[in-house]
Design a protein. Structure first.
Length: 187
C-alpha cells in the first residue's frame, strides 16, 4: 500500500498569507516549484501517493492567514495523509544567516525524525549548514494535522547565496527532501 504524503507548498501567491521576500524572490514561488518537483520524484518511486496543497502557481488558499492554514491542514486530514511536509524559506534581518532547519510538534516523534532526516539530506546535497530540528508546537500546521508533520525551512531567502541556490537549482532541494524521505523509510 502506497504511503500518502501531503506536500504543503507554504504561503499564497498574494496576501492573505503571502510569504517572505528577499533578493528579488518570493517564498511562495520557490516553495511551489520545489513542491512540484518533489511530488514528481515521489510519484515516480512507486511507493508513494502524493497530494499538493497548491496545484498551480496562482492557486490561493483561504481568505485570511487562519483560513489559508486551515485549508492546508483540512485537505491533508480529509485525504487521510500518512505524513505532512510543509515547505518554506527562512528570512532574517541579517543577510548572512544561512542554512536548513526543520520543525515538528515535539521531539521524539515521527514528525521530528522525518524532519531530522530531511534536514540531514538537504544539507548534504546543497552544502547548506544543517541548523537542526526543533520542537515548535505553536505552528498551526504541526499542531492541527492528524498525522506526523514537519515544516522544512529550506534556506534563507534573505541570504544571497541560499536564495540563488533555491531559485536556480530547485531540483537539488527536491532531491534532498526526497532522499531524506527515503532515508526515513529505510528505502
Amino acid at each position: 500500500m502506497a504511503i500518502k504524503i501531503f506536500i504543503d507548498q507554504g504561503h499564497n501567491p498574494t496576501n492573505p498569507n503571502a510569504g517572505a521576500e528577499g533578493n528579488g524572490l518570493r517564498e511562495q514561488d520557490i516553495t511551489y516549484n520545489i513542491g512540484v518537483i518533489l511530488a514528481d520524484l515521489l510519484r515516480a518511486n512507486g511507493n508513494f501517493e502524493v497530494m499538493l496543497s497548491r496545484n498551480s502557481p496562482t492557486e490561493q488558499l483561504g481568505t485570511s492567514n487562519a483560513s489559508s492554514l486551515a485549508a492546508r491542514v483540512n485537505a491533508a486530514n480529509e485525504w487521510g495523509a500518512d505524513y505532512f511536509i510543509s515547505l518554506h524559506t527562512n528570512a532574517f534581518s541579517n543577510p548572512s544567516a544561512s542554512g536548513v532547519e526543520a520543525y515538528a510538534y515535539r521531539t521524539g516523534t515521527e514528525g521530528f525524525r522525518l524532519g531530522e532526516n530531511i534536514v540531514d539530506q538537504l544539507s548534504l546535497i546543497t552544502g547548506l549548514e544543517n541548523r537542526g530540528t526543533f520542537a515548535r508546537p505553536s505552528l498551526y500546521v504541526l499542531r492541527r494535522t492528524n498525522m506526523p508533520a514537519t515544516l522544512i525551512e529550506m534556506g534563507y531567502i534573505t541570504n544571497p547565496g541560499d536564495a540563488a541556490l533555491m531559485s536556480g537549482e530547485p531540483d537539488l532541494f527536491a532531491l534532498g527532501i526526497y532522499n531524506g524521505i527515503l532515508q526515513f523509510f529505510g528505502l
